[in-house]
Design a protein around this ligand. Structure first.
Ligand SMILES: Cc1ncc(COP(=O)(O)O)c(C=O)c1O
Length: 477
């Protein structure tokens, strides 16, 4: 019995650390061991319950309603506001799009208008639900372009079922002009969804601390729904987000019932049907324990860390902010002396995970940081080691992609990438090794792989990474 848990811990040895504030993407660390313990125990206490039937486990219904009520208050919703707990930001976004589509069944070819900086979850929603996406390039400040959005809405006419804004965007950490976008949508009676998955639990507390936060919540007229993730800056265990709507009528098409089969009547508010009550209980326990006071303290720590990191970047001649952060996300780029992908590798060698972002829409690679409260205790060390990592990346020099490999990638058609093409690329780039029995041999430093992907078009990156995922997920026996 204990043996298997030892094996589990051994398997986890190569994972990124989830505590200690050193992992600046994927995980959000409160730095409070008691909160982590409460979360774990709450998940454990409810893990075997089933959210399929809200009457069978009334504890789950109560916890969901408590979380929704807390969030509606936090995000300035009117008394009519309602919401649903989902499994994560992507599910909240998927449901926002599906709900907007199904609210307008008369529209034959539904479309949504999105800034080019929207999260990729909207692309997934477009793909799953057959909603056309009209991507509008953002302005030079990486914020949605209101005039261009107005043009797109005008052009698409009655087909538009949804206008989207981010608060903030993941890649650049800036907030779109929500009042203007929501007003555009409202004048045509179109829904406006604000994707606050990553910022929605931080921005209200940032405003209470006196930081400048542009309007983005339900306080803005015309905002019809908001997504906000508890498993990010709510510091809850993974598996919870909220999708909030201004009124019950706006939410209604999100619900699904089927009595047209011989079993129980299926009645779902989310994409999942059977779902563990564990994540919901974990989130509820964390939110009840921290409350407004706890989140205010954690947000103060987040911004103390953000300010120290921003000062460190501004003091470095080789680094510059891509945008001045509106929230807890910091994105910076490197100058020609320092390769961004090598810098990420150098940081990892020093125990810090920082996330590389590829070139996109005429902008070069950048480095993304989601700064948690838990990072503050180590922020001086972070800034010092960032400086060391810059120097190390400068001394190793820029990574270059073999011209033969670059030409090979260029010659491939992403729409028709075959296993043989992918094998050819792996072999040419040394990513398949004899030591690994002919399997994938990922190097510990990823700069060269990233540089190779950076050369490829977004469509080619998608095709290559899907082929890669296919290889990763074949059981080895
Ligand atoms: C703005 C935004 N929207 C949606 C998502 C998707 O959330 P998840 O990864 O929980 O599915 C993220 C994730 O980082 C995000 O930052």
């Amino acid at each position: 019995m204990t043996d298997v848990l030892e094996r589990l811990r051994a398997l986890q040895a190569d994972d990124l650390p989830v505590h200690g504030g050193h992992t600046l993407a994927y995980v959000y660390d409160s730095g409070l061991p008691d909160i982590d313990r409460i979360a774990r125990e709450a998940v454990g206490a409810a893990v075997a319950t089933n959210g399929l039937d809200p009457t069978a486990f009334p504890s789950l219904l109560r916890m969901e309603n408590d979380l929704v009520a807390f969030a509606l208050r936090l995000l300035d919703a009117p008394g009519t506001g309602v919401g649903t707990v989902t499994s994560g930001g992507t599910e909240s976004v998927l449901l926002a799009v599906q709900t907007a589509r199904d609210a307008r069944p008369e529209v034959e070819r539904p479309a949504m208008v999105l800034p080019s900086t929207r999260h990729a979850a909207f692309d997934k929603a477009a793909h799953y639900f057959g909603v056309e996406k009209r991507i509008v390039p953002v302005g030079s400040d990486f914020r949605a372009d209101v005039d261009a959005t107005a043009d797109a809405i005008r052009e698409l006419g009655d087909r538009v079922v949804l206008v989207v804004a981010s608060a903030p965007s993941y890649a650049h950490g800036v907030i779109d002009p929500v009042p203007e976008l929501a007003a555009l949508a409202a004048t045509r009676n179109i829904r406006c969804h604000v994707d606050a998955c990553i910022g929605g639990w931080v921005l209200p507390y940032a405003a209470r601390l006196g930081r400048p936060v542009p309007p983005w919540s339900f306080a803005v007229d015309g905002v019809t729904s908001v997504s906000v993730d508890l498993h990010k800056y709510g510091y809850a265990p993974k598996g919870t987000s909220l999708l909030l709507h201004r009124t019950p009528e706006l939410r209604r098409p999100q619900f699904f019932a089927s009595a047209d089969w011989p079993g129980y009547t299926m009645l779902n508010s989310t994409m999942q049907s059977t779902k563990s009550g564990g994540p919901l209980a974990g989130a509820w326990a964390v939110v009840e324990s921290l409350g407004d006071e706890g989140y205010l303290t954690l947000t103060r720590r987040v911004f103390a860390a953000v300010d120290a990191i921003v000062a460190g970047i501004e003091a470095s001649p080789s680094l510059s902010l891509v945008a001045s952060p509106d929230s807890s996300l910091v994105t910076f780029e490197t100058d020609g002396s320092c390769d961004a992908f090598s810098l990420c590798d150098e940081m990892l060698e020093r125990g810090w995970y920082v996330q590389p972002q590829m070139s996109y829409a005429g902008h070069g690679p950048s480095v993304h940081l989601s700064v948690s409260a838990g990072t503050l205790a180590h922020v001086e060390e972070f800034v010092a080691e960032l400086g060391e990592a810059v120097a190390a990346a400068q001394s190793t020099g820029p990574v270059s992609v073999d011209p033969g490999i670059a030409a090979y990638i260029e010659s491939l058609d992403p729409a028709a990438l075959t296993d043989a093409d992918f094998d050819g690329l792996l072999a040419a780039s040394g990513l398949v090794g004899e030591d690994s029995g002919g399997g994938l041999a990922l190097p510990s430093r990823l700069a060269e792989v990233n540089a190779m992907l950076d050369l490829a078009s977004p469509a080619m990156r998608e095709a290559l990474l899907i082929a890669f995922l296919d290889r990763l997920t074949r059981p080895t026996g």
